[in-house]
Design a protein. Structure first.
Length: 76
């Protein structure tokens, strides 16, 4: 599962709020809500945040394995 916990820490470090994202940077409230709920967003959205915050993808998102999904065996 992809989670956006790092995004909220990065925003805080950079002095951004959800209000400034919506008003100053014209990011929709539905996109912010999707991120808050760890729902899927497009790579375009992730790219936009990397550019806006001058950071890498790891500063925005993190992969956490889902316990229900088995890990595939490595290719031989």
């Amino acid at each position: 599962m992809i989670v956006y916990t790092p995004l909220w820490h990065t925003l805080e470090k950079r002095g951004f709020t959800t209000y400034t994202l919506r008003v100053k940077h014209e990011i929709s409230s539905s996109t912010i809500q999707r991120l808050k709920k760890n729902m899927p967003v497009s790579t375009h959205t992730l790219n936009m945040f990397c550019k806006l915050l001058n950071c890498t993808l790891s500063d925005i998102a993190e992969y956490i394995p889902d316990e229900k999904t088995p890990t595939p065996a490595p290719h031989k």
